[in-house]
Design a protein around this ligand. Structure first.
Ligand code: HEM
Length: 408
């Protein structure tokens, strides 16, 4: 497959900064590829968001809320129970109408902690490693063969298929065909794209469209729950003592949070490494590159909280009903451009997966999927030979990223 006309063809990786040619080229500002992705996804909101970063660590913005641009202030909010996910202006406002009231990401307090405790064993590293190796074995072998043949591969399409297949299995489907996985991915993408960086609520029409898809996801989950097989995630939820309603809700939450985030990240990681001319040697180096690419890309660029009691965010006083918007992307980008050798200070540590009681429960799964695919792609010595940014999406991403293996 060759990139079609109109797609941006990629030159060889840029020379390292400091090189004479690089200095001459960078004199006229031209956005790097990551910035282009953000601009394509959010042509108006992204420049505004970056502008806010210059106004201070915490800024009150009329109509938006209290915006946090600083990693330490963001972490303090995430660890403080006065900032909640179930009040006005919180993610609960967006997702409760479609997912129901008890799906982790709109819960607080003891009920939230109890559900997390029950779900945690499903995401233990050994558990997710076995899920990923079972589901991705065949697609990764096929990808590896295509790269070895010298084919040009669209890594975006491959990731949609693979991340879709992992979530299909997680929510209780048995054998998953590539078409099922792609279709499920596209369904999830349609729902997530209903949200913009400024959305507070979904419209009635959006809620009913989202419910239609989530009812199908719920039905698959409920059937797997009823079968109760210990080898499926839904079956294990049943044996862990979760009710059918809880298992359905969890399936919907995993579907919405765990598909696009991973699928969009892996092509961005591969592109960043290509553009920096870096090829990780060994798992430790790859893990560092993954964390640094997470920092630069921040697949979930903002987090929302609703203020439940008077408090301060940095120096800004807040009162009940205020909305706090953590601009994770601004917090993370304050530390500079992509550099896989960078160490992350304590306040920044994995902020892109949240912090405190709502820290991403799917983190081990996201890492296992990323490691598995990146391992195969990078060991094939690939180059990016073409790319196209996606428009009209919530999570900035490539619409296509064409890669081809080059002999070492
Ligand atoms: C690159 C991949 C991913 C990123 C960047 C990411 C990011 C995040 C972030 C930032 C939060 C916290 C939001 C907040 O506090 O407001 C979160 C929560 C969550 N994530 Fe992920 N996530 C990823 C993959 C996954 C996967 C694969 C799954 C599971 C299938 C998943 C399931 C969840 C769930 C259920 C929550 C809610 C947890 C709670 O509220 O207790 N995520 N994620």
């Amino acid at each position: 497959m060759t990139p079609p006309a109109g797609a941006r063809r990629d030159p060889a990786p840029r020379p390292a900064a400091g090189h004479k040619a690089a200095r001459a080229v960078t004199r006229r500002w031209s956005p790097d590829h990551e910035t282009r992705l953000y601009l394509a996804a959010h042509p108006v909101a992204y420049p505004l968001m970056r502008l806010l970063a210059r106004l201070g660590p915490v800024v009150r913005v009329p109509g938006v809320g209290v915006v946090v641009n600083d990693a330490a202030a963001a972490r303090a909010v995430l660890l403080d129970e006065r900032f909640r996910k179930d009040g006005p202006g919180s993610p609960g406002d967006l997702w409760t109408p479609v997912l129901g009231p008890s799906v982790l990401l709109n819960m607080e307090g003891e009920a939230h902690a109890a559900l997390r405790r029950r779900l945690a064993p499903l995401f233990a590293p050994a558990q997710v490693a076995s899920l990923v190796s079972q589901v991705l074995q065949a697609p990764l072998a096929a990808l590896s063969a295509r790269l070895a043949r010298g084919d040009t591969v669209d890594l975006v399409d491959e990731m949609r298929l693979m991340a879709g297949a992992v979530i299909c299995r997680l929510i209780g489907m048995g054998e998953v065909s590539p078409d099922d996985a792609r279709a499920l991915f596209a369904d999830g993408e349609r729902i997530v794209s209903m949200v913009s960086l400024r959305s507070r609520r979904l419209s009635a029409r959006q809620i009913s469209a989202a419910r239609e898809v989530l009812d199908r996801v719920g039905a698959i989950a409920a059937a797997a729950y009823a079968r109760g097989e210990e080898t499926t995630v839904m079956g294990r939820m049943r044996s862990l003592g979760l009710s059918e309603a809880e298992a359905r809700g969890a399936a919907g939450a995993f579907f919405l949070t765990g598909t696009e985030t991973v699928a969009t990240f892996v092509p961005r990681l591969v592109a960043l490494l290509h553009d920096a001319g870096v090829r990780p040697d060994g798992p430790e180096h790859l893990d560092r590159a993954i964390e640094e690419a997470m920092r630069v890309t921040t697949p979930t660029p903002v987090m929302l909280r609703s203020v439940a009691a008077p408090a301060r965010v940095g120096r800004v006083p807040v009162r009940p009903g205020d909305r706090v918007l953590i601009a994770t992307h601004n917090c993370a980008r304050a530390y500079g451009p992509f550099d896989p050798a960078r160490t992350h200070p304590q306040e920044l540590r994995r902020l892109w997966f949240g912090a405190g009681p709502h820290f991403c429960i799917g983190y081990p799964l996201a890492l296992a999927e990323t490691r598995a695919v990146a391992g195969v792609v990078l060991s094939a010595h690939v180059r990016v030979v073409g790319r196209k940014a996606a428009r009209g999406v919530l999570i900035p991403t490539y619409h296509h990223l064409w890669i081809r293996a080059v002999p070492p």
